[in-house]
Design a protein around this ligand. Structure first.
Ligand SMILES: C[S@@+](CC[C@H](N)C(=O)[O-])C[C@H]1O[C@@H](n2cnc3c(N)ncnc32)[C@H](O)[C@@H]1O
Length: 235
């Protein structure tokens, strides 16, 4: 696509464009293609559908995308259709696990909104894209509480997890359900000045120098891709 064509994308679709988190999540999934081939997959918060498209290209057996935004559901379905994966894909409109109640999957993927903020909006994004409430866990906690009920035997979840929303708390929540959490990779994501200004003050204060690093006017946050599995494998 040329730059001009990219700029011509409707604003609704532009706001669903993949982020740095999306790229790192895809790369973590690509590292073990043998675990994708034939797998039944669900993505909670599928956005543009590009993570599912990457999984389709790795040979996933079936793909289901769930999103709270109707526009995302349409965009995801169109993308998978356009790439020739329409026959093995379905998209559902709804909140977190609700549209897939009672269903289990070999692979669950999620890059949920979990930036600690209560007001405002990240420029260029919908309010539903980033905000995770004051501590960043408004969606992460209900997602983790139900993940065990949606894993097929031997199944796993691969999820993005900001360092500044409490990896230990997630580990504890999962351990209580007999699930293990393993960090697959860690990277630094740039936090723009606008984003830093939106971050809950107490989180920023507690995490500065720990999971939030500053070099002059530039700030980065630690971000992990974690794997959750029913075998209880943990770091
Ligand atoms: C950070 S974006 C990630 C999108 C895509 N997975 C990616 O990596 O590019 C989070 C997505 O979660 C969706 N979302 C927000 N709240 C949700 C909810 N309660 N249930 C399902 N999806 C939700 C948003 O609409 C958005 O598409």
């Amino acid at each position: 696509m040329t730059n001009a064509a990219h700029l011509a994308l409707p604003a609704a679709i532009r706001s669903l464009q993949p982020s740095d988190y999306t790229g790192v999540l895809i790369e973590a999934l690509r590292a073990a293609p043998q675990r994708i081939a034939g797998a039944t997959v669900v993505e909670i918060g599928s956005g543009s559908g590009v993570v599912l498209a990457a999984l389709a290209s790795l040979g996933a057996g079936s793909l289901c995308g769930v999103d709270i935004e109707g526009e995302a559901v349409r965009a995801g379905a169109e993308l998978l259709e356009e790439l020739g994966h329409g026959a093995i894909s379905s998209f559902r409109h709804g909140n977190l696990w609700e549209p897939v109640r009672g269903q289990r999957f070999d692979l669950v993927v999620a890059n949920l909104p979990h930036f600690p903020m209560t007001h405002g909006k990240v420029p260029g994004r919908r309010p539903s894209w980033s905000s995770g409430g004051a501590d960043g866990r408004r969606l992460l906690d209900p997602f983790l509480e139900e993940v065990a009920r949606h894993l097929a035997p031997g199944g796993r979840a691969v999820v993005t997890h900001n360092g500044f929303v409490g990896l230990d708390r997630s580990r504890e929540m999962l351990r209580a359900q007999g699930l293990g959490l393993k960090v697959l990779r860690t990277t630094l994501v740039h936090l723009s000045q606008e984003k830093i200004e939106l971050m809950t003050g107490s989180v920023l204060e507690a995490e500065e120098g720990r999971t939030i690093l500053r070099y002059g006017p530039y700030a980065f946050g630690k971000m992990h891709v974690v794997e959750i599995d029913a075998a209880g494998n943990a770091d």
